[in-house]
Design a protein. Structure first.
Length: 91
């Protein structure tokens, strides 16, 4: 499993204090990709992962352990992008 096409989001937090940090594709296996997952920071600071919204029902179900694994993968990509931006700006 890996993260692809990560796009940073810079919108304001929701009324409840949740902030969407990034949207990405989740590559589960070669030839199997899930689109538009979101990495969200909860008011507590914990990172959560949500599948794309769907009218009329759920699009995916994930155990807490799988959510945590995906959030960790996405967080690592965000940190890599942040580090790369700062190294280019500092050059």
């Amino acid at each position: 499993m890996k993260i692809a096409d990560l796009r940073r989001l810079n919108g304001p937090p929701s009324a409840k204090g949740f902030r969407a940090l990034a949207r990405f594709s989740l590559v589960v296996a070669d030839g199997f990709r899930l689109y538009d997952y979101e990495l969200v920071q909860a008011p507590s600071g914990q990172l959560e992962v949500y599948p794309p919204p769907c009218r009329g029902g759920r699009t995916a179900a994930m155990s807490p352990a799988v959510r945590r694994q995906i959030a960790d993968l996405a967080e690592n990509i965000l940190k890599e992008h942040h580090d790369q931006q700062h190294s280019v700006q500092g050059a």
